[in-house]
Ligand binder design. Structure first.
Ligand code: APR
Length: 268
């Protein structure tokens, strides 16, 4: 399935508009805790918001979001790369530097901890920053690839080492085609295996934590609804309301780096 969702004018809504009281992140509903404690299989779907406290910009936050400052049509589509490969290459190189200096935060660490506590766990991420792995998560399902990898734009083979000439995009040593970041651009297909694994987790999990995503980019944004239709409890963790909020069973309005460690500790 292709990745879609280029939109730049998301209107913020408040929890009150959904008639939901804003729960204190430190007073969790007893039924939520019971559901997490008894869950055989917990899945987590994460987005850029979980890395915000690591100093990495999200995409759609009004001022600070990458798409508020840069045009995704110029930087994150196959046609943008065809038009101006050097611009696209440099932009990802710039992001890669930020990712390299960032560190996992308490939210990433809490999910790695939760994984060790439950019989079955699946971490599905839209993030390309690799911070889940650096926090100790075993095998996150990377729906949108990983910015620390590059691949041949013709053969698709991942290249471990490359040297970037100052004025050009590096080329594949095997076929000479340009190298590109190993991420999924808009209009591109998601990796089949990752999507199948995410779909399977959504169908089989008892609880799905949806953390730090605006739930606007498909097909990832369809996973919580699939999980709910399959009988799972949906828990949204986000300081702001999203299109998912109304359908969530529990909404925890707060930063992932605050709510997640507290929630995991509450399972003791
Ligand atoms: N903790 C939890 N959530 C947060 C935090 C935080 N500290 N800070 C911000 N958020 C929330 C915002 O309220 C917003 O709902 O994180 C969400 C980030 O949304 P987006 O910027 O749209 O990021 P994401 O949902 O991951 O985007 C999906 O779009 O641009 C593409 O490929 C890119 O994977 C990305 C996809």
């Amino acid at each position: 399935m292709r990745k879609t969702g280029i939109r730049r004018d998301a209107r913020r809504v408040t929890a009150r508009e959904f008639g939901m009281a804003t729960p204190s992140p430190f007073a969790f509903d007893g039924n939520l805790i019971a559901a997490l404690r008894s869950a055989r299989f917990i899945a987590a779907l994460t987005g850029a918001g979980i890395s915000a406290e690591s100093g990495l910009a999200t995409f759609r936050d009004a001022q600070t979001g990458l798409w508020a400052r840069f045009d995704p049509r110029e930087l994150a589509t196959p046609s943008a790369f065809a038009r101006n490969p050097k611009l696209v290459w440099d932009w990802y190189a710039w992001r890669r530097e930020h990712v390299a200096t960032a560190r996992p935060n308490a939210g990433h660490v809490a999910l790695a901890e939760l994984e060790r506590r439950v019989p079955e766990f699946a971490l599905i991420t839209q993030n390309v920053d690799g911070l889940h792995q650096r926090a100790g998560s075993r095998s996150p399902i990377e729906l949108h690839g990983n910015i620390t990898r590059v691949k041949c734009s013709r053969e698709g083979t991942v290249v471990e080492r490359w040297t970037a000439p100052r004025d050009a995009v590096p080329r594949c040593a095997h076929c000479g085609a340009m190298l590109r970041p190993d991420v999924v651009w808009f209009e591109e297909m998601l990796p089949e295996q990752a999507l199948a694994a995410a779909d399977d987790a959504a169908r089989r999990c008892n609880v799905m934590l949806v953390v730090g995503t605006s739930a606007e980019v498909y097909p990832a944004a369809a996973l919580p609804a699939l999980a709910r239709r399959s009988g799972a409890i949906i828990v949204e963790i986000n300081p702001n309301a999203t299109p998912l909020s109304a359908a969530a069973d529990y909404v925890l309005r707060g930063a992932a780096g605050v709510v997640l460690p507290t929630l995991v500790a509450a399972l003791d």
